[in-house]
Design a protein around this ligand. Sequence first.
Ligand code: DAK
Length: 257
Amino acid sequence: MKFETIVMEINENIMIVTINRPKMLNALNSKIAEETIYALQEADKNDNIGCMIITGSEKAFAAGADIKEMREHSFAEMYQLNWFAEWDQISQIRKPIIAAVSGYALGGGCEIALMCDIIIASKTAVFGQPEISLGIMPGIGGSQRLTRIIGKSKAMEMCLTGRLMDAEEAEKAGLVARIVSNEILMEEAKNTAKKIASFSKPAVQMLKESINRSYETSLSEGIRFERRLFHAMFSTIDQKEGMLAFVEKREANFTDK
Ligand code: DAK
């Protein structure tokens, strides 16, 4: 696929998607969705890639869905098009995805960051679900994921008033893993992605699946699920290699088998 709205870059064993619609502050349209999801799905199938990054510009990760594109749609059109439902496919990606967020991550932009596995933010990152000021509400998981991550009261306040949250507050609230300066945002995201990509892919993917399961099941079921995956890991060559490397005091050489 020839990309028009994103830049896709493979850097050693990681893949980076840069949303590239700077004049519109990376407002999200269907083309960005199609291209981003295609790039992520290809990377998910690519044996050489171990982790992905989604990022935007310094001013905007993404300022939300393209208001100018969607404003004239009727209910019937939105429903028939199943408009923007394709973004949900991000949550089906099995390899970890890091959101490297600088500037505005609003509305759909915040929701895409929430669908990623780790958010690394620059000091200027701003998160928010301001849809209420447009007479609508979040539509790709904002009211659900945000609430699970930062709790009911904060999520209610943000969604019901449209108040934006700066990076510092987002880190305190557990939305963001780490804040770094603008200058080193991508370097930090790439280092984190490469660290993850250096480990056994089956182990990394089972771990991602297990953490995500905690959002969808009871604690006892989640712990049982984790234990089954843990036991299953002893069927991999990488488990034998990882533990042998420890005993032999050397770096493990994982083969994803
Ligand atoms: N859509 C379209 N254009 C946008 C945009 C957006 N979301 N955000 C910014 N732009 C455009 C501006 O119109 C402007 O274009 P020109 O006037 O130059 O042609 C250009 O980007 C620069 O923006 P500003 O001039 O406004 O820049 P400022 O620095 O003054 O302000 C801002 C930055 C981010 C505070 C402001 O642009 C802003 O408030 N933007 C809108 C933020 C917003 O309300 N986001 C939420 C959008 S609604 C669903 C799935 C998803 C969704 C809903 C349903 N389903 C599955 C059903 C999601 C909905 C949303 O995200």
